[in-house]
Ligand binder design. Structure first.
Ligand SMILES: Cc1cc2nc3c(=O)[nH]c(=O)nc-3n(C[C@H](O)[C@H](O)[C@H](O)COP(=O)(O)OP(=O)(O)OC[C@H]3O[C@@H](n4cnc5c(N)ncnc54)[C@H](O)[C@@H]3O)c2cc1C
Length: 453
């Protein structure tokens, strides 16, 4: 790390927010899964507290030829939030954890402005305290940040009702690699005065800009009666998909999730819980909606058993079986976490075929969006062969190799399965225009293509 760069970062942020000691950096160099271990690869971790400080950090790093890896809650599952192993340039991790200011809710326009490092749960609480609801929710709510969710265009459990993060963003403020500030995070909802940075930056995974603040759309809260959940046991993903089709016609339904028997076994062992259903079933579908709609679904001919959460507490107990799957898998070892989306008609074929591609598979996910999280156990972190087989199967069935987690470094070598040559070339041109020195998150999304080197 060039001494001059450390000195200039310290002048901007103060020494306590430029971490260079091995122990202090360590927590920022390992991802949530443990698969992407970049211990020792960050030259420094910086923690700016304002947009102006972010701009100064980026301008200094860009001029010095250092790469910048932006990190929010570090819950992304594709290796994009930690440094790259093997990159010869110095890498600076820019943590957004001090960009956590939450502004007042604007009731008349139903919006909330917050810093990019705001935790999802804090933004949800702020919305709720003002009588609104944030349209997005996911299991990592206590760690994931609003900026990280914009950068990954996060999905979660309410996409079928409210859309992904892109649907929640009114506008965003961000800093480009050279330190210039674009966009803003306040103002009226309607503003067609040029490029909408909030929309453009959704899903760019820290490769085009550092998001510093976001204006979020708020919703009227869903009625309490539609917050119940039921778990249905079925024999296979064909029945689960059919049940999903029935659920999607019911007005109160807000979420349709699924987990297989392997996922349930891991959760029950991890949390020492009994199974939610009396009868063992191969696939469990969790639906959130009102009791009348949940009862209609229980009557589907292939549903073998049902557990209904008739109050908030019982509903939370049922959700725990689904939400604890990632932590139960993590407790079991270091998984390969693949996140794919299939056309509904191909979900059952995929679920049957994937067992032939990988030896030890756990399936769960947001079935209502055709989104399955394929967790592969017992593989070494660097072994990409089985991942490739799963991605090729996904592409053959007309699916997407990334439903909601992004491409990161994990899937960069497989980008051609999702995007055509012209498409990738255009992304490279956009990257080169906004970040000509490839300062921001090199190796993410466009690894191997010129502008990302
Ligand atoms: C238990 C668990 C459950 C999860 N459930 C879901 C789910 O249901 N749906 C879903 O979509 N994801 C889910 N995830 C994945 C993860 O929570 C999301 O991808 C989330 O959006 C990441 O936010 P983060 O703040 O942790 O970002 P990080 O992990 O820190 O970063 C993710 C990417 O965004 C970039 N980035 C971060 N902040 C910024 C910023 N301010 N500006 C520019 N780039 C930035 C990083 O460089 C990196 O490329 C889950 C993860 C876990 C561990």
């Amino acid at each position: 790390m060039p001494r001059d760069l450390v000195d200039s970062l310290r002048r901007v942020l103060g020494s306590e927010h430029v971490l260079v000691d091995t122990d202090l950096r360590a927590g920022y160099e390992m991802d949530w899964t443990g698969r992407w271990d970049a211990t020792g690869f960050a030259a420094a971790v910086v923690r700016p507290a304002s947009t102006a400080e972010v701009a100064s950090v980026l301008a200094a790093c860009d001029a010095a030829g250092a790469a910048v890896v932006t990190q929010g809650g570090n819950t992304g599952l594709v290796g994009g939030s930690v440094p790259r192993r093997g990159l010869t340039r110095p890498q600076v991790v820019l943590s957004t954890q001090r960009l956590r200011a939450i502004g007042a809710v604007d009731e008349a326009s139903a919006t909330l402005t917050c810093g990019a490092g705001t935790l999802l749960v804090d933004a949800q609480d702020a919305a709720r305290d003002a009588g609104f609801e944030l349209g997005i929710d996911l299991g990592a709510r206590a760690s994931a940040t609003i900026g990280g969710m914009v950068a990954t265009n996060a999905g979660g459990v309410h996409v079928l009702a409210n859309g992904p993060m892109a649907s929640q963003v009114v506008r965003a403020e961000a800093v480009l690699a050279d330190g210039s500030v674009v966009g803003k995070a306040t103002g009226p909802i309607k503003d067609n005065s040029g490029y909408r940075w909030g929309a453009i930056l959704c899903g760019t995974e820290g490769t085009l800009a550092v998001v510093t603040a976001v204006q979020l759309r708020l919703l009227a809260p869903a009625p309490e009666s539609s917050r119940r959940a039921a778990v249905y046991g079925v024999d296979d993903f064909a029945s689960a998909t059919d049940l999903c089709g029935r659920a999607r016609k019911l007005a109160s339904v807000r979420a349709v999730e699924a987990f297989d028997a392997a996922a349930l076994a891991l959760v029950c062992a991890h949390l020492a819980l009994p199974a939610p259903l009396q009868r063992p079933c191969d696939v469990h579908v969790l639906v959130e909606g009102d009791e009348a709609d949940l009862a209609l679904l229980a009557a589907a001919p292939y549903v073998r058993d049902t557990a209904v959460g008739t109050d908030a507490e019982a509903t939370a107990r049922l959700w725990r079986y689904r939400e604890a799957v990632p932590e139960a898998i993590a407790a079991h070892g270091t998984p390969h976490k693949l996140d794919v989306a299939l056309p509904a008609a191909a979900v059952a074929e995929f679920a049957a075929a994937v067992a032939g591609v990988a030896p030890d598979v756990v399936l769960f996910g947001h079935l209502g969006d055709g989104n399955l999280h394929v967790n592969l156990l017992g593989l070494s972190p660097a072994d990409d062969a089985v991942d490739s087989g799963v991605y090729e199967l996904t592409a053959r069935l007309g699916g997407s190799i990334s439903a909601e987690h992004g491409i990161g470094v994990a899937k960069a070598a497989h980008l051609h399965l999702a995007r055509g040559a012209d498409d990738i070339a255009a992304m490279v041109r956009v990257k080169a225009a906004l970040d000509p020195r490839a300062t921001l998150n090199p190796g993410v999304i466009l690894a191997g293509y010129a502008a990302s080197a």
